[in-house]
Write a protein that binds this ligand. Structure first.
Ligand SMILES: CSC[C@H]1O[C@H](OP(=O)(O)O)[C@H](O)[C@@H]1O
Ligand SMILES: Nc1ncnc2[nH]cnc12
Length: 351
């Protein structure tokens, strides 16, 4: 049973983390509209993790059955409470989704300060079998219009090394996972079959879903947007879209052995088009409503299909099961109890 305040078995962390989690849970729950009749504990199993980004703080297709207060993990506390839901209209009542809001319910975490490690660890701890993530992105290509959706298959890292980006970067636990193909191809193909659900608010116009093996998202540090020169450079490097969130999220999903796909929702043309004004938050906001409506439609279709017939990659783990074990260089006999407990928190019970 997962119940607040979350109790894990890390001796060192115990008290401090619990105190912190109580404070955060209290702050979060006093700030948010939390329906009092929804339990704050959950005793079942979770199938899919969803991370909502800018402008996407909940999904209409989900019916909350529990709202767990922000969860304390060995890597800090999640950016938001975790809503556990069943899927409206799905025949399988037992398919459960865990939803985390990346920037917090009030958008209080900037891209550089999102507790990415805690968010992914919480989804893994809840035993999610895959993670579907949403992100507002700028387009670096003319054919990717604002309001189009993109399923990137590659990433270029332009973050500045200020984000904690690994569970395996400590004295006492060293490991190097493969990241050549940072997304789950099977998951991307699965999503792609539902591309027809995307609609434009103007009936004369349409919204495309772009998927290609080479499609690349550039992840910049922010919080400022790019200069025109940088935006042009990213195009030369092969970037198709740009955001501030895919890293370290994708890296952490890989370390957790979780199939992961980000759905990028284009909001603007960034700054590379000399004839147009460079991106501002107003431009981004202008397209968020249509994007959110499409994200809801797409997520609803994906989740309903998953609930009715769980895809192979979620059952088998998409070839990632056990992969972390062979990436760890540290001798198990040299690992501390604390290190082993951290792995255990992620259900990576190797030794
Ligand atoms: C408000 S525009 C910049 C912001 O939007 C994206 O957020 P998210 O990925 O959470 O949807 C982008 O990564 C930046 O953080
Ligand atoms: N142009 C842009 N650059 C970085 N992140 C973004 N998110 C949405 N638009 C963006």
């Amino acid at each position: 049973m997962i119940s607040p305040p979350y109790c894990h078995n890390l001796v060192q962390f115990g008290r401090l983390v619990q105190k912190q989690s109580l404070l955060i849970a209290k702050r979060e729950s006093s700030n948010m509209t939390h329906p009092t009749d929804i339990p704050n504990v959950f005793d079942g199993s979770v199938d899919l993790g969803i991370i909502g980004g800018t402008g996407l703080y909940k999904l209409e297709c989900l019916e909350a059955i529990a709202i767990l207060p922000a969860m304390a993990t060995p890597w800090g506390t999640t950016s938001s409470p975790i809503t556990i839901s069943k899927v409206v209209g799905a025949s399988d009542e037992h398919f459960h989704v865990a939803f985390i809001s990346r920037h917090g319910l009030h958008h209080q975490y900037s891209p550089s300060t999102v507790p990415f490690r805690a968010n992914m660890a919480a989804l893994k701890h809840l035993q999610c079998k895959a993670v579907l993530s949403f992100s507002a992105v700028g387009s670096l290509q003319q054919h990717i219009k604002p309001r189009d959706f993109v399923l990137p298959q590659q990433i270029i890292d332009r973050t500045k090394g200020i984000r904690e980006s690994s569970y395996l970067n400590d004295v006492g636990l060293v490991g190097h996972v493969g990241f050549g193909e940072p997304f789950s191809k099977a998951f991307a193909q699965y999503i792609n079959q539902f591309q027809d659900v995307l609609k434009h608010s103007d009936p004369e116009d349409s919204c495309a879903l772009h998927l290609n093996n080479e499609t690349t998202v550039v992840c910049m540090e922010g919080p400022q947007f790019s200069t025109r020169a940088e935006s042009k450079m990213y195009r030369m490097l092969g970037g198709d879209v740009i955001n501030m969130s895919v890293l370290p999220e994708a890296k952490l999903a890989r370390e957790c052995e979780l199939p992961y796909q980000m759905v990028c929702m284009s909001t603007d043309y960034d700054a590379w088009r000399d004839e147009a004004e460079p991106v501002t938050v107003e431009t981004v906001m202008g397209n968020l409503h249509n994007n959110s409506s499409n994200a809801n439609a797409l997520a609803s279709t994906i989740i309903t299909h998953m609930a009715n017939d769980m895809p192979e990659f979620m059952i088998t783990g998409d070839g990632l099961k056990g992969s972390l074990k062979f990436s760890i260089s540290t001798k198990p006999s040299a690992m501390s109890k604390e290190t082993l407990a951290k792995l255990k928190f992620l259900h990576l019970d190797y030794w």
